[in-house]
Design a protein around this ligand. Structure first.
Ligand SMILES: NC(=O)c1ccc[n+]([C@@H]2O[C@H](COP(=O)([O-])OP(=O)(O)OC[C@H]3O[C@@H](n4cnc5c(N)ncnc54)[C@H](OP(=O)(O)O)[C@@H]3O)[C@@H](O)[C@H]2O)c1
Length: 283
C-alpha cells in the first residue's frame, strides 16, 4: 500500500512522509517541481493541470490513501480536485485526508467545498483543520524577526495555540491509518496559547535580544501581504483572518471539546530553541 502525499515537498507533506516511513509504509511525494526530498520517491503533479493527474498512478500501482494539500493561494481549483478524487477512486484509492484550516467549516470557501465533497462522496476520510503553524515564524516572520527584531499582526490580544507541522503530520498519519476510518474533521491545535505579544517575549528570551510585536490594522497587514506578492483576494482573506483571532476564534477552538480536536505535543518554545540560528543575522 502506497500513500500519495500531494504538497509532498512542503512542510507538512515532508513531515508526514517521515512519519509513514517510520512505519515502513511506502510514500510517493507529488509536487509541481517533483524535486527530490531525502530518499523519497517523487512525481510531478499540478492541481491546476489535469493532464498531470494520472502521473502518480503511473509511478505507483498500489496507492490506497491520499493526503490532499492544495496550495493556500490557489483559487478556482475545486473542480480540479473533485476530478482528481474521482480518478483516484477509480484507481483503487480508499481513503483521503484533506489539510484544511481551523477557520473553514465544511461547505465554506474552496477548502470547505472539497471537505463537503469528501463527506458527500461516501469515501473514507478525515479533514484536518489546523490553527496557525509554529513554522510561520520561520517563513512569514523570518526576515522581520531576523533583520528588524519584530513580528507583526492585527490579532491584538487574541491568543493562538500555535501548532507544529510535525503534530499536523501525526494527525494526518492517524487519519490515513486509523481503523475504522475517522470520517470526521478534527481541529488541530498546539499545547499552549500565545498572543503575538507573548510569542515575541518568548523570542526575546531565547534569542537574547528584544523582539517586539507590531500591532497593525487589517489594511496595513493586507498591504504587507501584497508586498509579499500574495494575490489581492488571498491577501485580503489572510489579513481578515487576524480579526477573527482578535475576537478569540482560536482560543475557542483550543477550548473546544476533546472529541473535536487533536492536541499536538510540540511546544512553541521547543520550535524556537531548535531553530534559533535562523533568526540570527549573519550580516
Ligand atoms: N501556515 C498556516 O498557519 C496554516 C494554517 C492552517 C492551514 N494552512 C494550510 O496549509 C497548507 C500549506 O501546507 P504546508 O505548509 O505543508 O505547505 P508548503 O510548505 O507551503 O508547501 C506547499 C507544497 O505544495 C506544492 N504545490 C504548490 N502549488 C502546487 C500546485 N499548483 N499543484 C501541486 N502542488 C503544489 C509545493 O511544491 P511545488 O511548489 O513544487 O509545487 C509544496 O510541495 C495551505 O493549504 C494552507 O492553507 C496553513
Amino acid at each position: 500500500m502506497t500513500i500519495l502525499i500531494t504538497g509532498g515537498t512542503g512542510k507538512t507533506g515532508t513531515a508526514l512522509a517521515r512519519r509513514l516511513q517510520r512505519e515502513n509504509i511506502p510514500v510517493l511525494l507529488a509536487s509541481r517541481s517533483g524535486k527530490a526530498v531525502e530518499s523519497f520517491k517523487t512525481v510531478t503533479f499540478d492541481w491546476t493541470d489535469a493532464a498531470t493527474f494520472g502521473n502518480p498512478f503511473q509511478a505507483a500501482s498500489d496507492i490506497k490513501g491520499v493526503y490532499i494539500l492544495t496550495p493556500s493561494a490557489a483559487l478556482g481549483i475545486v473542480d480540479h480536485v473533485k476530478t482528481f478524487i474521482s480518478l483516484a477512486r477509480s484507481r483503487g484509492v480508499k481513503r483521503f485526508v484533506l489539510l484544511s484550516a481551523s477557520m473553514i467549516e465544511a461547505g465554506q470557501s474552496e477548502l470547505g467545498q472539497i471537505h463537503q465533497c469528501l463527506i458527500d462522496s461516501g469515501v473514507e476520510y478525515a479533514v484536518l483543520r489546523p490553527t496557525w503553524f509554529q513554522q510561520n515564524f520561520g517563513v512569514t516572520y523570518l526576515t522581520s524577526i531576523r533583520d528588524q527584531n519584530s513580528t507583526f499582526s492585527a490579532t491584538e490580544d487574541g491568543r493562538i495555540p500555535f501548532v507544529s507541522t510535525e503534530d499536523i503530520a501525526e494527525a494526518a498519519y492517524q487519519g490515513l491509518t486509523a481503523e475504522p476510518s475517522l470520517n470526521k474533521d478534527l481541529l488541530i491545535v498546539g499545547p499552549e496559547l500565545f498572543s503575538h505579544d507573548e510569542a515575541a517575549k518568548l523570542f526575546s528570551t531565547i534569542l537574547g535580544r528584544e523582539i517586539t510585536h507590531k500591532r497593525l490594522t487589517i489594511e496595513e497587514l493586507k498591504n504587507i501581504y501584497l508586498n509579499f506578492a500574495i494575490r489581492g483576494e488571498h491577501a485580503g482573506r489572510l489579513a481578515e483572518a487576524d480579526s477573527f483571532i482578535a475576537n478569540h476564534s482560536e482560543e475557542d477552538i483550543f477550548n473546544s471539546s476533546a472529541d473535536k480536536k487533536f492536541v499536538g505535543k510540540h511546544t512553541l518554545e521547543e520550535y524556537i530553541r531548535h531553530n534559533r540560528e535562523r533568526w540570527i543575522s549573519t550580516k
